[in-house]
Design a protein around this ligand. Structure first.
Ligand SMILES: [Zn+2]
Length: 530
C-alpha cells in the first residue's frame, strides 16, 4: 500500500464504509507528491453520494490506559532494544538478498529462524506456497496476529548511497521496504512472546510470513486456505516516507496476462504469410486506451509488454501484454476486467491470432477498522521520536536532489491521520481485512518525499534512517498489541465494527475457483541467483 501518488477521501463513519460502492463519491483527490488537485463528481457506476461530514463513530481509544498504566510497555521496548542490532542485521541480510516474489527462500528462512529460536512453533508451506509460513507463541485468547512481508522488486537494485548506483540495473531491490516490514513484525512478535513467557500477557501471538506481496497476492491464497482462522485481530505496518495511521482503504486489483499466438514469417520477404502476435498486443492496447474515456475516473488500468517478439525481420509468433485493473470497489474491477477482456478478444480477432488468457487473480480493497486504527494512531503519536543525525541529514538532502519534489525533512516529526482515505495502491492485506478486523500504519523509513518503488527507497532501506523507522514500527506494534491484550473491550469494539461493515457486503474473493498461486510470476534473474 503506497501513499506516494494521491489520496482519495472517504467518509469515516462505519455505516457508509459498509457499502464499498459509496466510498468515493463527491470527493476530492489530493496529489500528495505532484501537487495536483482534482474534484470529482458523482460517478454513476458507484452508487449514490454519501455524507462525509458525519462525526466519527464512538471511539474506543479513550479506553487505552493512561501513560502510568502503560509502564509495562517499557518491558516490551526493552526487549526490542536488546535485540535491535540482531534484528537490523536480519533486515540488512534480506535487503541484500532482495529476492523476487515466491522465490524468497533465504529471506523466509531467516525470519522463520528468528521466530523459531525465540520459541515460536513455525508451520511453513502455507497454501502450497513454499515461502509462506505462520509462527505462533502462547495459548488461548486473544489471538493477535502480525503480518510480515519480504519480497523485492525487479530493476530497483541500489546501494545505500544517495545517488543512482546502476551496476546491476536489472537486479531486484527492496524498493518497498519489505525487508523492514518482515523483520520489524517478527521483532515485535518476539517481544510479545517474552511478555507471555513472563506471565504479563495472556493469549497468543501469531506472525504471518507473507510472500510475494508485489503482485503475487499470497495473502489472498493464505486466506482461502483458512490460515487466518482463529485470529481475533490483525496488525500490520508498511515502510513509507512519513509516519501515518488511520482507518483507510486501498484499491482492489485484478492482474491478467494476454498471450497471443500468431504465425511467423519473413517480415520483408513474405509478410502476407505472417500473423503478428505483436499486432494483437498493439490493438489490445489501443482499444484499452480508448476504453479509458468510458470508465470511472477513479479506476486505474496499466500494462507492460512482456513479450514483443525477437527481431524486426520476423513476424512475431508470440507476444504478451500484462495488465492491472484497479478501483476501490472490487465489483467495479470485475466489470472493468470483463470489458478489458473484450479489447483483447478484439485484438485477436482483427489479427487472426489466438488469445490465451492467463488470469492471475485479484486482491480486494482494504476494509478499514476505526477502533483498531485509533489504538495504533495514539501509540504512534506517543512514540514518534524520529530525528536525523547530521550524517543522515546530509544523506537526505543529497538524495532529495534526485526527487521531483522535496518535502521538508522535519516531516518525520509528524504523524499523519489518513482516516477516510483510499490509498492509490493495492495490497493483499485487503483480503485479510475482510476476514479478520485489521489495521495498519506507516513509519518514515525513507527520506521525506521518496516514492515507493524507486531506487531512492531501496537506497534508504539500507541506511540508519530505515533502521530508525523500523524501530519505531516495532514499538508501535508492541504498544498497540499490549493495549489490545490488556483491554478486551477494544477487541470487542473492533469485532463489532467489523461485523457492521461486513453485514451488507461480505468477502468476495477475486480469485477464480481452484486458482493456484502463480509461483513463477517472477522470473529469477541470473544476477539475483545465489
Ligand atoms: Zn509494499
Amino acid at each position: 500500500m503506497h501513499f506516494t501518488l494521491r489520496n482519495v477521501l472517504i467518509p469515516r463513519q462505519t455505516s457508509v464504509s459498509a457499502n464499498r460502492g459509496s466510498w468515493l463519491l463527491g470527493i476530492s483527490l489530493t496529489c500528495v507528491l505532484f501537487g495536483l488537485n482534482m474534484v470529482r463528481g458523482a460517478d454513476p457506476e458507484e452508487g449514490s453520494p454519501s455524507d462525509s461530514t458525519q462525526p466519527m463513530s464512538d471511539s474506543s481509544a479513550e479506553q487505552i490506559p493512561s501513560p502510568e498504566a502503560n509502564r509495562p510497555k517499557e518491558s516490551l521496548y526493552a526487549t526490542i532494544a536488546a535485540r535491535e542490532e540482531e534484528l537490523w542485521q536480519a533486515a540488512l541480510d534480506i535487503w541484500k538478498w532482495a529476492e523476487p516474489g515466491y522465490h524468497e527462500t533465504r529471506s523466509s528462512q531467516r525470519l522463520q529462524g528468528l521466530l523459531h529460536d525465540a520459541g515460536f512453533k513455525v508451520s511453513a508451506g502455507i497454501a502450497e506456497i513454499p515461502t509462506a509460513f505462520v509462527a505462533e507463541f502462547g495459548s488461548g485468547e486473544p489471538v493477535i496476529a502480525l503480518l510480515g512481508e519480504f519480497d523485492a522488486l525487479p530493476g530497483l537494485a541500489q546501494d545505500a548511497v544517495p545517488y543512482r548506483s546502476t551496476e546491476t540495473p536489472d537486479a531486484y531491490g527492496h524498493a518497498c521496504g519489505h525487508h523492514l516490514f518482515g523483520v520489524a513484525s517478527a521483532g515485535a512478535a518476539i517481544a510479545i512472546a517474552e511478555e507471555i513467557k513472563a506471565g504479563r500477557i495472556q493469549g497468543t501471538i501469531r506472525y504471518y510470513g507473507c510472500p510475494a506481496e508485489e503482485g503475487g497476492a499470497a495473502k489472498a491464497f493464505m486466506v482461502l486456505a483458512g490460515a487466518f482462522q482463529g485470529c481475533d485481530v490483525v496488525l500490520h505496518w508498511h515502510p513509507s516516507n512519513r509516519n501515518a495511521a488511520g482507518a483507510r482503504s486501498s484499491l482492489a486489483r485484478i492482474a491478467v496476462r494476454f498471450q497471443f499466438k500468431g504465425a511467423p514469417a519473413h517480415a520483408a520477404g513474405a509478410p502476407e504469410e505472417g500473423r503478428s502476435a505483436l499486432d494483437a498486443v498493439a490493438l489490445t492496447n489501443h482499444a484499452a486506451e480508448l476504453l479509458r474515456e468510458h470508465i470511472p475516473d477513479s479506476a486505474r488500468i496499466h500494462y507492460v509488454i512482456t513479450n514483443g517478439g525477437q527481431a524486426p525481420n520476423i513476424v512475431p509468433e508470440t507476444a504478451e501484454v500484462y495488465y492491472y485493473v484497479r478501483h476501490f470497489d472490487a465489483d467495479v474491477v470485475k466489470r472493468l476486467y470483463d470489458r478489458l477482456l473484450l479489447c483483447a478478444k478484439a485484438g485477436a480477432l482483427a489479427t487472426e491470432t489466438e488469445l490465451v488468457v492467463d488470469y492471475e487473480g485479484g486482491i480486494v480493497n482494504l476494509l478499514p477498522n476505526l477502533a483498531l486504527s485509533e489504538v495504533i494512531e495514539k501509540n504512534l503519536k506517543q512514540l514518534n521520536d524520529l530525528k536525523y543525525t547530521e550524517e543522515e541529514q546530509l544523506f537526505a538532502v543529497k538524495l532529495q536532489e534526485s526527487l521531483l519534489k522535496q518535502e521538508p525533512i522535519s516531516d518525520i516529526r509528524e504523524v499523519y491521520d489518513l482516516s477516510g482515505i483510499v490509498g492509490p495502491g493495492s495490497t493483499d492485506v485487503g483480503d485479510v481485512s475482510w476476514n479478520v478486523p485489521t489495521a495498519g500504519f506507516n513509519t518514515a523509513c525513507w527520506v521525506p518525499g521518496t516514492p515507493a518503488h524507486s531506487w531512492q527507497a531501496t537506497a534508504c532501506g539500507g541506511t540508519s534512517i530505515a533502521r530508525k523507522g523500523m524501530h519505531l514500527a516495532m514499538k508501535t506494534l508492541v504498544a498497540s498489541a499490549w493495549d489490545l491484550y490488556q483491554n478486551p473491550e477494544l477487541i470487542a469494539a473492533a469485532k463489532r465494527e467489523f461485523k457492521e461493515r461486513t453485514a451488507r457486503q461480505s468477502y468476495q474473493t477475486l480469485m477464480q475457483p481452484d486458482q493456484k498461486p502463480a509461483l513463477d510470476y517472477r522470473q529469477l534473474p541470473a544476477d539475483s541467483m545465489h
